[in-house]
Design a binder for this molecule. Structure first.
Ligand code: SAH
Length: 219
């Protein structure tokens, strides 16, 4: 793959390798996740003016009041979902730049992602094309309704904070499927739920996070 910005020190493979070392130092232990993050050039998912900051461990603005998630949070969420299992057929709510979807696509062949802001979705499409990632299926939709036409999913990962449990999403989980979502308004925590034979069980995970809110309707 040729990376136009690879001549710039800050976007070099070395900058990416340093980011991986930092994630490891911060406690990300799942090698599959670290390898997936190492494989995705994050600087191609942020605006050019911010490319030199793409491998800092910070959230960066995407426009439309949205942010590309901090690499640590992307890694942490996927690591939680991969604990002792494969991701399987995966749905992301809140595609934003397409970055996390690209990371997911390194880990599982079937990735769907929805985004409610049309220009962001267009950008995600473009970004994924830039890295020749054609496996992610993107749709302009309100993710609170999930993606019924492609359900059920083994994994659902929500990239915006919900203030109530999105029941449509719980219903679209396959047997033993799991959903991970940031939950809350001021103080947000990650919550993990699993579909069992007779009920939906919550599995405790400890993580304070800070996401933009999950909103209704399309823009
Ligand atoms: N995962 C993204 C960053 C997500 S930011 C990345 O890697 O770049 C959160 C995204 O969720 C924003 O783009 C926002 O528009 C989107 N979002 C918020 N509520 C949504 C909803 N109900 N349905 C779909 N997308 C939603």
């Amino acid at each position: 793959m040729s990376l136009s910005a690879s001549g710039l020190g800050m976007t070099s493979p070395r900058a990416r390798a340093r980011m991986i070392e930092r994630l490891r130092a911060d406690g990300i232990a799942e090698e599959r996740v670290l390898a997936a993050i190492a494989a995705v050039p994050r600087h191609l998912f942020v605006e050019e003016a911010l490319a030199s900051r793409a491998y800092e461990d910070s959230a960066l603005p995407l426009g439309f009041s949205q942010t590309i998630s901090q690499p640590f949070i992307v890694a942490r969420m996927i690591e939680i979902l991969m604990r002792g299992r494969e991701l399987g057929k995966t749905l992301e709510i809140g595609a934003g730049s397409g970055y996390q979807a690209a990371v997911l696509a390194q880990l599982t062949p079937e990735v769907y992602a929805v985004e409610r802001i049309a220009p962001l979705l267009a950008r995600a499409r473009l970004n994924l094309r830039k890295i020749q990632q054609f496996r992610v299926r993107l749709k302009h939709a309100d993710g609170q309704q999930g993606l019924p036409e492609a359900a059920p999913f083994d994994t659902i990962i929500v990239s915006a904070a919900a203030s109530e449990l999105p029941h449509a999403l719980l219903q679209q989980l396959a047997p033993n499927g799991r959903i991970l979502l940031p939950f809350g308004t001021e103080r947000q925590t990650l919550r993990l739920f699993e579909r069992r034979a007779k009920n939906i069980a919550e599995i405790r995970v400890d993580s304070l996070v800070n996401f933009v809110p999950l909103l209704s309707g399309l823009e």
